[in-house]
Design a protein. Structure first.
Length: 583
């Protein structure tokens, strides 16, 4: 009797802590107004217009970051760009009126800007005013720091408690022989998340909400693995550790945008090579050739290619807003999606295509381009259904799974029944029956969680991913760099589409495509890619002391300061002018 009460308490505790964690992160990530950073100014007449992005589009169009309205100003006239080292450059984007700096025409390769330079945009003269490191420090102190509204230590302690209660649930349902591996797996995860938090603190990073959400979802995925395949838990925890390491490595890599941009072509070639290797060497399983085998271990290249695809698509810094880049990316996207079609993984192909739409629109701002791409995709989809009959069968089963519960609708009818049988609070970890169904811990993991942990926690899973996506959109508007903004929004779109296909496909609200749930579905390839994608979201976080892709302001030196060149900022210049006038 006592054990029954303890088991019930653990179920309610996991539910309560899940809701509290979600609310705390929601409050921390989405409450408060956006606070853009200021990196320099343009003196336009008597007004100082702040420059709030590392790449700013200048022109008459509404989408321009800095709008000028002179007669010689083109809709898209120029681009103002800042490097990692703090150097500023101006580029003429094929304007009609031209761009001059201190009376000299700006070449195609751009011109370096110094504090006080006069810039002529098609007859409209402005002055570039740089900020010193001290001024930027003062500005940063006025912005709200990450982790101020909600203490991340308290949230992390709550997550640890949730993990202990989940472990308690498994202790009642798992075999005694499996408890050692289950306990070790949960203990390793707890130590790992606290180590990551301490590492962030050592790097002066105070924001930890995105990592908390990812660790929460990973915890639910670990619970699924402990229930479904406890004999593979050592492998699963090693994959989790490797995923977190790749997350940290990706953040360090993106801290140098010059290096990031320079590697986009090799990364793109590597992605296509992986897909080609997949096509040529893998065997067909369930109608698709999605897996590669290495030394007894299976690997899904398309999961890693997701990361590479966004990496290549977002790397537009050298020639921002030039159409030839967009056309090259369209060809690259077509090659990736065509390879996935040959592999037979049309669920992942749909995820790629949606990501392409987001990237192409953010790069071009052209709805016509997006509509053209959608039309082409529809035609390609109709062609695929004629060439691949099993795809047509999946569409035929959609909405009719109960007509053939022992055939085409076998998996979905079981997942729907398991979701309903779990109710609001679930049966407890390891107490469900869906684990006996093929792919229940991967493609139907939402139903798996709903049966064991209840619908409320299933919804917490969904809203955790949605919260990440909403935060990415919030950060994109005031993003430091176009690379971070595009990569974050593309990642958000990819995760949302993947989430929708998994959940709605499981419940027969969409065709069943076999796409995994981010962070939760069991499988090393999916987990590795999700944590690497999380690095894009983390890099785009523009709150003070949050992003690991940008050094804190007290560490940043401009190129002039680093090389001993004296810089007089516009504020100091104005103060000196006022003092001279008073004398």
């Amino acid at each position: 009797m006592f054990t029954d009460y303890l088991f019930s308490i653990s179920r309610y505790a996991v539910l309560f802590l899940s809701v509290v964690l979600l609310i705390r992160n929601l409050r921390s990530l989405l409450s408060g107004k956006a606070e853009p950073e200021t990196w320099a100014y343009l003196r336009v007449g008597e007004e100082n217009v702040p420059i709030q992005h590392w790449e700013s589009l200048i022109g008459r169009t509404r989408s321009a970051d800095l709008r000028l309205f002179g007669e010689g100003i083109s809709p898209i006239h120029a681009v103002l760009k800042r490097t990692d080292k703090g150097r500023w450059f101006v580029y003429d984007v094929f304007s009609k009126g031209g761009v001059w700096v201190n009376g000299k025409a700006v070449p195609v390769s751009g011109t370096n800007l110094q504090h006080g330079d006069t810039v002529n945009f098609g007859g409209s003269c402005v002055r570039f005013l740089n900020l010193s490191t001290e001024q930027r420090q003062r500005n940063e102190q006025k912005r709200t720091g990450a982790g101020v509204r909600v203490n991340p230590v308290v949230s992390l302690a709550e997550l640890t408690m949730l993990q202990l209660f989940l472990l308690l649930q498994h202790s009642f349902s798992a075999r005694q022989a499996d408890m050692t591996s289950i306990a070790l797996a949960f203990a390793t995860l707890v130590v790992l998340e606290w180590c990551v938090y301490e590492a962030m603190r050592l790097l002066d990073r105070t924001g930890f909400e995105l990592e908390l959400l990812a660790f929460y979802l990973t915890t639910l995925g670990l619970s699924v693995a402990a229930s479904a395949v406890p004999e593979d838990l050592y492998k699963q925890i090693l994959l989790i550790v490797a995923s977190v390491f790749l997350f940290l490595f990706s953040g360090w890599w993106m801290s140098n945008l010059k290096r990031t941009n320079a590697m986009r072509i090799p990364v793109g070639i590597l992605a296509l090579a992986l897909l080609a290797l997949n096509i040529l060497t893998s065997d067909k399983i369930n109608g698709a050739k999605s897996w590669l085998e290495f030394g007894g271990y299976s690997f899904q290249p398309s999961e890693l290619v997701k990361v590479f695809y966004i990496y290549v698509g977002a790397a537009t810094l050298d020639a921002l807003y030039m159409k030839r880049n967009l056309y090259s990316f369209i060809l690259y996207s077509a090659a990736c999606v065509s390879a996935l079609a040959l592999i037979g993984d049309f669920g992942t192909a749909l995820v790629f295509f949606t990501t392409f739409l987001v990237i192409s629109f953010m790069r071009s701002g052209s709805l016509a381009t997006v509509l053209l791409a959608v039309t082409g995709a529809v035609l390609a989809g109709l062609l695929a259904m004629t060439v691949r009959p099993y795809i047509a069968r999946r569409f035929a089963v959609w909405g009719h799974v109960w007509d053939d519960v022992y055939g085409a609708g076998y998996q979905q009818t079981r997942s729907i029944s398991a979701t309903a049988s779990g109710g609001l609070i679930g049966k407890g970890a390891g107490a469900g029956w869906l684990r006996g169904i093929a792919a229940s811990d991967t493609d139907m993991v939402f139903a798996y969680i709903c049966e064991e942990q209840g619908l409320i926690i299933g919804l917490c899973m969904i809203f955790s991913v949605i919260l990440m996506a909403l935060f990415a959109v919030k950060c994109a508007k005031n993003g430091r760099s176009a690379y971070f903004s595009i990569a974050a929004c593309a990642t958000a779109a990819l995760m949302l589409v993947q989430l929708a296909l998994n959940v709605f496909g499981t419940l027969d609200l969409l065709p069943f495509t076999g796409v995994t749930f981010p962070f939760v579905s069991r499988g090393g390839s999916s987990l590795l890619s999700c944590w690497m994608l999380l690095a894009y979201l983390k890099a785009a976080d523009n709150r003070r002391g949050a992003s690991f892709a940008v050094d804190p302001v007290n560490r940043i030196m401009t190129w002039e300061e680093e090389h001993g060149v004296e810089v007089v900022s516009w504020g100091e210049e104005q103060a000196a002018a006022g003092k001279k006038k008073s004398l």
